[in-house]
Design a protein around this ligand. Structure first.
Ligand code: PCA
Length: 225
């Protein structure tokens, strides 16, 4: 815990990428930070990461060094899902389906050449899942954050935590399209699924609250995914 006796929380979103003009994770990170900032035992920092392997690495490391967060929750868009996901694992690979926003497209390259193959999230994802279900928010555990920037951010957060001791709790939430974003798209099923800004923000705030409550509890709750 930081010296002020408050939990320092970092929430990040990503800027738009590919064909998307907006990235809901950017909006949600800022909105959720406003709500989380009202909790009495929390100091919060919100940031938007570039969708660039090179610049995201620098940005994340600077954020971590500057703010030394106890808890870090990164957010990103996964267009097409109808629920928020709690990512369980980050793998040590960059295998980009499309070029990042700098035009770089690493294929089968390690994120950290000396790092382990994978890290498990250090968030209490089952306890968070349980609470989200109680609140009526569609949520799932996901066992792959992909191999693009989202997996990259989670791996870097967890690698930093394992190497330097903070953030002690780090994780990743993928989020769906916003309704206004989905409304102008068409997919095999018609209009792709979406979730309102309010509901996604609530999911993020809940994830932070549960993590704060269980910060010192090593065992997560045992419930089916
Ligand atoms: N989603 C991408 C990268 C940025 C984002 O919001 C991903 O899932 O990797």
């Amino acid at each position: 815990m930081s010296t002020s006796n408050k939990f320092k929380v970092l929430i990040t979103g990503y800027e738009p990428f590919g064909e998307e003009k907006v990235n809901p994770s950017e909006i949600v990170a800022k909105e959720a930070a406003l709500a989380v900032g009202k909790l009495e035992n929390v100091d919060v920092v919100a940031a938007v990461l570039p969708v660039s392997f090179k610049r995201a690495r620098t940005a994340l490391n600077e954020l971590l060094k500057t703010h030394k967060p106890d808890i870090a929750l990164s957010l990103g868009l996964w267009g097409g899902i109808s629920y928020v996901t709690l990512e369980r694992v980050a793998i040590n690979v960059m295998d980009a389906r499309i070029p990042d926003n700098d035009g770089n497209q690493p294929i089968d390259e390690p994120i950290e050449p000396e790092g382990p193959a994978a890290y498990f999230t250090t968030l209490p994802i089952k306890s968070i899942l349980k609470k989200l279900r109680e609140e009526g928010i569609p949520a799932m555990i996901s066992n792959s954050a992909g191999t693009f920037l989202c997996n990259f951010a989670l791996y870097e957060l967890l690698h930093h935590g394992a190497t330097f001791g903070y953030p002690k709790r780090a994780g990743y939430m993928h989020i769906p399209y916003l309704p206004e974003q989905a409304s102008v798209k068409r997919s095999w099923c018609g209009i792709p699924p979406s979730m309102s800004l309010d509901l996604v923000v609530k999911a993020v705030v809940t994830a932070v609250k549960v993590t704060v409550e269980r910060f010192h509890i090593i065992e997560d709750e045992k419930i089916p995914p």
